[in-house]
Write a new protein. Sequence first.
Length: 128
Amino acid sequence: MHNSTGFPAGRQPQPPPITTTIRYTCGHETTQKHLQSVKCPPCRDEAKRAKRLHRWGKDNEKERVGKNALYGRLPDGAAFAVVYNATRTVWSGHLTVGDITVTAEAAAVFKLLSKLDRLYRKAVGHVQ
């Protein structure tokens, strides 16, 4: 049985596909149909911001309860001293905190500082 539009009862005709092309100032083009399936830029930015905040919240929680909880700031007065040896292409240095001094070598400055931090924490019993 057909209705007055010529389609079977219960089915409505599909609208013709929208083929309007939109050209941005940069030269890229998209169709209006594509735009109907995505969020507007402000809503997209808000969704990204919410996702980022959610992710940061999880990371902060991990630092409070995970193994990183032991890696807070060094005590006041902590002093690093580093020297580069071009012949061996290695950084060496020491970290002094109060009466405790630890020494290490590494290929990069940040790795050296991280290694010295770890050694200090082992020396004071904060890390297994």
